[in-house]
Ligand binder design. Structure first.
Ligand SMILES: Cc1cc2nc3c(=O)[nH]c(=O)nc-3n(C[C@H](O)[C@H](O)[C@H](O)COP(=O)(O)OP(=O)(O)OC[C@H]3O[C@@H](n4cnc5c(N)ncnc54)[C@H](O)[C@@H]3O)c2cc1C
Length: 456
């Protein structure tokens, strides 16, 4: 088939590639989306566990009310209704056996809804709570007036500047930072934390809502996005591993080369794969260009997720933070989801983010660790029997969000005229999250539309 100006090859079928493919299809482009794995979904996928009948996400994914582009993408493919919005944010935090305090937003306009949550947070003294609110406000002022300074600092350094004590860090700032940035506060960028805080907690009340998928992640977006692309005349191929590009005499890309020997040509090409895979697709000469070479300095940070089925329910809380243990968060799947397997009464999912020190531990060691933490924090779990467990390690879960990463994250438009980049690691100003992936994919689609001469 002759190549037309509106033909685009998209490489990668995660949130970024699918959001781009959908946006391009909606603008009248003909999309060929190539995914190397047997299934779409990339780092956010789910499967049904045959033994329990439950659907299992590779790691519990939480969206937030402030994920505007993600919500717009899900609206576009018609699956927003599969989300549950917990408009009243309520997080239970445990700092010892049964010792709970809650972060509960109040029915007030933002950001006062959040100030009320912090004022009621009983793990801290009143003085610490007031200092925490003052620290948050000061962080927001630095974000608008002194962003360059924030960009050079780690979260831990920012806490020194904001005069936040050990308890405030331990009970509030660090759990929040590790969950949203997926890295150690000593390493993670203060500017990224400030951006998350601004969007999620210092804006409208609905922006702070925790949003879960009622269905497995793959069912939330992969099937519907694929259908939209195909109905618009595009093609979505899995097991289609791209190995590299051919170039024409003008140094533009003329085709992608697939591992099975096929070649596919289009007018424009969008690479929506993680950074290290992106570099592997490019020829040495291109990688020598500083635009691409700095991508090599982006590092990754792991996440461990341990799924545990128990012979009983041990808590009726949906979402619990553990303070000062290696396990950071516990999600009670039976309370979060409406739809689930019935075979075992308890199904909990434990998350350890920024898990560099633990990622090489064996699955048995990791299971022992979370069960110990569970039994320490929730005494009712001491008599519960583990019926089944599943340990999922994502060694390269997300880009490490250190302050230097800001300088290495490329923009979507590259020095190669018909090559564009997307992915959660592209320069979006956000940590590597679903929202960052979708923002990057949709803005890559706009950049391609601009190049072809259509609407952005
Ligand atoms: C355990 C875990 C928990 C997380 N929790 C959250 C959360 O709670 N909230 C949140 O917002 N984010 C979370 N994230 C981050 C979120 O999952 C990612 O930011 C997002 O999925 C990244 O999407 P992407 O499209 O940029 O990349 P990917 O999902 O990695 O997609 C890239 C795709 O490209 C394909 N590919 C690579 N190379 C090739 C090739 N040569 N040819 C063809 N295809 C190729 C890959 O197979 C992959 O499918 C979590 C991540 C993990 C791992």
């Amino acid at each position: 088939m002759a190549v037309e100006a509106r033909d685009v090859v998209v490489i990668g079928g995660g949130f970024a590639g699918l959001a781009a493919g959908v946006s391009l299809s909606a603008r009248g482009f003909r999309v060929a989306l190539l995914e190397g794995k047997p299934a779409l979904g990339g780092r956010a996928y789910s499967f049904i566990d045959e033994e329990t009948g439950d659907f299992v996400d590779n790691g519990q994914h939480v969206l937030m009310g402030c994920y505007r582009e993600t919500l717009a993408f899900l609206d576009q493919i018609g699956t927003r209704g599969q989300l549950i919005f917990h408009r009243k944010l309520e997080i239970e935090m445990l700092d010892g056996p049964g010792r709970r305090a809650h972060l509960r937003t109040a029915p007030l306009p933002g950001p006062f809804h959040m100030s009320a949550a912090l004022l009621g947070y009983r793990h801290l003294t009143l003085r610490e709570r007031l200092r925490l609110i003052a620290g948050g406000s000061r962080m927001m002022r630095m974000r608008s007036r002194d962003l360059d300074r924030l960009r050079r600092m780690s979260v831990a350094e920012l806490m020194d500047v904001l005069e936040q004590g050990t308890r405030a860090r331990q009970c509030f700032w660090y759990p929040l930072a590790i969950a949203t940035l997926n890295d150690d506060p000593e390493l993670a960028s203060a500017a990224l934390l400030a951006e998350v805080l601004k969007r999620a907690f210092f804006s409208r009340r609905d922006d702070s809502a925790f949003v879960y998928s009622k269905v497995g992640l793959s069912d939330l977006y992969c099937t519907a996005a694929r259908a939209l692309i195909e109905n618009a005349g595009g093609v979505v191929a899995t097991r289609a591993i791209v190995e590299g590009f051919d170039f024409d005499a003008t140094s533009a890309i003329s085709a992608v080369r697939l591992r099975d020997g096929r070649r596919l040509s289009a007018a424009n090409y969008l690479v929506a794969v993680p950074p290290q895979q992106c570099l592997k697709l490019l020829p040495e000469a291109a990688v020598a260009d500083p635009f691409f070479s700095r991508i090599a300095s982006l590092k990754s940070s792991p996440i461990i997720c341990v799924h545990v089925w128990l012979d009983r329910e041990v808590t009726d809380s949906a979402f619990v933070g553990f303070i000062d243990t290696q396990t950071q968060w516990m999600f009670n799947k039976r309370r979060i989801f409406e739809q689930h397997g019935e075979r075992h009464p308890g199904y909990l999912s434990f998350v350890i983010s920024g898990a560099r020190k633990l990622v090489d531990s064996s699955n048995d060691e990791l299971l022992d660790l979370v069960i110990n933490d569970l039994r320490t924090m929730i005494p009712a779990a001491r008599h519960a029997k583990v019926v089944k467990a599943l340990v999922l390690k994502e060694k390269h879960a997300t880009m490490a969000p250190d302050p230097l990463s800001d300088l290495s994250r490329p923009v979507t438009v590259t020095p190669i005229a018909n090559l564009f980049l997307a992915g959660d690691w592209i320069q979006t100003g956000l940590p590597a999250t679903i929202e960052s992936a979708v923002v990057s994919g949709r803005s890559a689609a706009s950049a391609i539309a601009v190049r072809v001469g259509g609407d952005a």
